[in-house]
Design a protein around this ligand. Structure first.
Ligand SMILES: CC(C)(COP(=O)(O)OP(=O)(O)OC[C@H]1O[C@@H](n2cnc3c(N)ncnc32)[C@H](O)[C@@H]1OP(=O)(O)O)[C@@H](O)C(=O)NCCC(=O)NCCS
Length: 155
């Protein structure tokens, strides 16, 4: 089933719903937590998906270097998964990356099939040294990271 979702840039009005959505996945260990303060500071990096008036998904882009961005905090509300909304958010994040003239977009994920469906390829995560110096240092799984790295070239 496809839901009619509209993707747009997030605003400060979305912070509460973003915090709840991300906290739900952070509790399950599949996303890093984001405080409201961090969300406020980084709100320009977020996109959200709306169905009607409801925000049902989000995703963000983090710059990891001159030519690389990472998709982070990509999540869809329960009840709205499998409707193409996550793919639509990835498309929107790719548009944002292209607008910034960044040629490579990556993610660390357990959802390999989803990213492959969206044109990403599994790569060795050792090729991303910049990543180590950003959020990984705060991740409880730092020394036992079992996420898979996926990459898509944008040009
Ligand atoms: C992974 C996720 C973002 C995909 O968004 P989505 O809107 O459900 O995905 P789409 O409808 O665009 O694509 C469907 C694909 O998503 C994947 N998927 C993951 N969980 C799913 C679920 N509960 N229901 C349906 N599809 C799911 C499957 O690979 C599916 O492909 P298939 O139909 O060939 O089996 C979403 O399921 C989610 O929020 N998962 C939990 C958070 C997470 O793991 N985020 C990734 C962090 S990098």
């Amino acid at each position: 089933m496809e839901a009619v979702a509209v993707c747009r840039r997030a605003t400060e009005d979305d912070i509460e719903i973003l915090a709840d959505l991300i906290a739900g996945y952070a509790e399950k260990g599949i996303m890093l937590p984001r405080s409201r303060e961090t969300l406020k500071r980084q709100i320009d990096t977020f996109v959200v998906a709306e169905v009607g008036d409801d925000v049902v998904g989000c995703g963000s882009l983090t710059r990891l270097g001159a030519d690389l961005v990472e998709i982070r905090s990509l999540g869809i509300s329960e009840g709205y998964k499998g409707m193409g909304i996550g793919s639509k958010l990835v498309d929107q994040l790719i548009i944002e990356a292209k607008e910034q003239h960044i040629p490579k977009i990556m993610a660390l994920t357990y959802e390999v099939h989803f990213f492959e469906k969206n044109g990403f390829t599994v790569v060795n995560k050792e090729i991303f040294p910049e990543k180590v110096w950003t959020d990984c240092v705060n991740c409880p799984k730092q020394h036992a990271c079992d996420e898979i790295a996926v990459l898509k070239m944008l040009n």
